[in-house]
Design a protein around this ligand. Structure first.
Ligand SMILES: Cc1cc2nc3c(=O)[nH]c(=O)nc-3n(C[C@H](O)[C@H](O)[C@H](O)COP(=O)(O)OP(=O)(O)OC[C@H]3O[C@@H](n4cnc5c(N)ncnc54)[C@H](O)[C@@H]3O)c2cc1C
Ligand code: FES
Length: 275
């Protein structure tokens, strides 16, 4: 198990500096924090909503200066409360926590679904600095739920890079799920690395494609998190704790946890429930 950075685990209370509505369900919250501004793509923070709950969120951007952001979908009680927050409201932050995606140059494929697109867009900026050749596939149920569409198209507009979308209702890009788009893309092209983030059933399909095509993979997993520093065990997958050994896992590690990956996680009472 990796050691966790003590300084990052101190809770800081800070003001929300800016809120951007990305879609009817998703908002990005910008804040000022020196540590998070040094965060890496794939790392996450624990967001404390005073008097209510503390929830994990990926860092969706870091910098310039001391700015960082999280991008949250409104899916339940805590995220509903977060979505009510405005500029100058107070939240608490611990982090950056966990490991990160390892950027590489060469020909890389990124596959993101829903808010999983946010950390991958953050990663894309690092990959382009390394002069990687990027293919970015992203999907959602509808066009309205496709977040960061203009940013992705702008970031990948340089020659040689590709951005393609799929929506389940066909309202934008190819009709269907993003894993179908990935399967077609991988039939035509060979990649040096795949990065993926989204719902675990999607990650499992991308993992199976990576195994079929013998392509290295880095996938960011979600589990219920309480302590986020490796103590409580609520985020375990096989021998790993997602909060400290992940959230990013390689194909080798995912092979080791095949019985659980894409199948089950623990609920707040420690019971196994389907993902
Ligand atoms: C490492 C990591 C990074 C994440 N990054 C993002 C992100 O960038 N954007 C985003 O919108 N969501 C992200 N999530 C998911 C987010 O934490 C949950 O959607 C959020 O906690 C839901 O809280 P809620 O009270 O609004 O919903 P609830 O009504 O409690 O639950 C809604 C869903 O969220 C899950 N969930 C609830 N509490 C937690 C928790 N403490 N830890 C993990 N999952 C939980 C539940 O299993 C359920 O599927 C991330 C999760 C992890 C583990
Ligand atoms: S949340 Fe990972 S061990 Fe507590």
């Amino acid at each position: 198990m990796s050691a966790y950075p003590t300084e990052a685990n101190f809770l800081r209370t800070l003001k929300i500096e800016r809120v951007v509505k990305e879609s009817s369900l998703v908002k990005t919250f910008f804040f000022n924090d020196k540590l998070c501004a040094k965060g890496k793509p794939g790392q996450f923070v624990m967001v404390w909503l005073p008097g209510f709950d503390e929830i994990p969120m990926s860092i969706s951007s870091a910098g310039p200066k001391d700015f960082a952001s999280i991008t949250a979908a409104n899916v339940g009680e805590a995220t509903k409360l977060l979505h009510k927050k405005e500029r100058n409201d107070i939240i608490g932050i611990r982090g950056p926590l966990g490991n990160s995606f390892q950027p590489t140059n060469g020909k890389v494929l990124l596959v993101g679904g829903g808010t999983g697109i946010a950390p991958l867009l953050f990663l894309t900026a690092r990959l382009l600095e390394l002069k990687a050749n990027v293919t970015f596939l992203f999907g959602a149920k509808t066009k309205d739920e496709l977040v960061f569409l203009p940013q992705i198209e702008r970031t990948l507009s340089k020659a040689g890079n590709v951005a393609a979308a799929s929506t389940e209702d066909g309202s934008y890009g190819q009709e269907g799920v993003v894993t179908e788009l990935a399967e077609e893309t991988m039939k035509k092209d060979k990649f040096d690395m795949i990065y993926t983030c989204g719902k675990e059933r999607m990650l499992l399909k991308i993992f199976m494609l990576a195994e079929k095509h013998k392509t290295p993979l880095q996938a960011s997993l979600e589990r219920l998190m309480r302590c986020a520093i490796g103590l409580c065990g609520s985020c375990t997958i096989g021998k790993y704790r997602v909060c400290v050994d992940g959230p990013v896992f390689t194909n080798r590690q995912l092979r080791e946890v095949k019985g659980e990956f894409g199948c089950c996680k623990r609920d707040f009472d420690g019971r196994r429930i389907p993902v």
